[in-house]
Design a protein around this ligand. Structure first.
Ligand SMILES: [Ca+2]
Length: 84
């Protein structure tokens, strides 16, 4: 779950899984101010190190230095809940 902090309405966030950008977004522009957002991504341990590396970076660290992820859930691909 990700929520725009309102520090900047122009912050562009990049979400990475295993070193690859899986989504770039302006969360406030797309979803609104202080609106919780749930996103689903498929992932696997691409480099075989035993971990699925997930990162979130801002392209505007001067305006949004600390983007926050409230929670990350990992589900079995055969038992993934809906977005409701
Ligand atoms: Ca890995």
């Amino acid at each position: 779950m990700i929520e725009g902090s309102g520090m900047s309405r122009q912050a562009l966030l990049e979400l990475y899984i295993e070193g690859r950008v899986v989504r770039a977004l302006d969360i406030v522009q797309e979803f609104g101010f202080n609106v919780p957002v749930v996103m689903f991504f498929s992932a696997s341990d691409v480099d075989g190190d035993g971990y699925i590396n997930i990162e979130m970076r801002t392209t505007h660290p001067d305006r949004e230095p600390n983007p926050t992820v409230s929670a990350i859930y990992v589900f079995d691909p055969d038992d993934t809940p809906g977005s409701d």
